[in-house]
Design a protein around this ligand. Structure first.
Ligand SMILES: [Ca+2]
Ligand SMILES: [Ca+2]
Length: 70
């Protein structure tokens, strides 16, 4: 079971501009900063699309949280 406070911190780290939505570009940057997992923007888009519940191509905190609790 994921911890919602920890999840929120992770989400805020990825959401570089703090608008509450993670774009593929933000996700890609966060992965690159996190270590050696370099993905292309289209891969980042695909990962977000697989977690995207409302089809806006962005990941909200709710979608991130749902994903963590799968
Ligand atoms: Ca953002
Ligand atoms: Ca979404």
């Amino acid at each position: 079971m994921a911890d919602i406070e920890e999840a929120r911190k992770q989400f805020e780290r990825i959401d570089a501009d703090g608008d509450g939505l993670i774009t593929p570009a933000e996700f890609k940057t966060a992965l690159a900063q996190g270590g050696d997992w370099n993905v292309t923007e289209s891969v980042a888009e695909a990962i977000i699309a697989s977690r995207d519940l409302d089809g806006d191509k962005l990941m909200s905190f709710d979608e991130f949280w749902t994903y963590l609790n799968k």
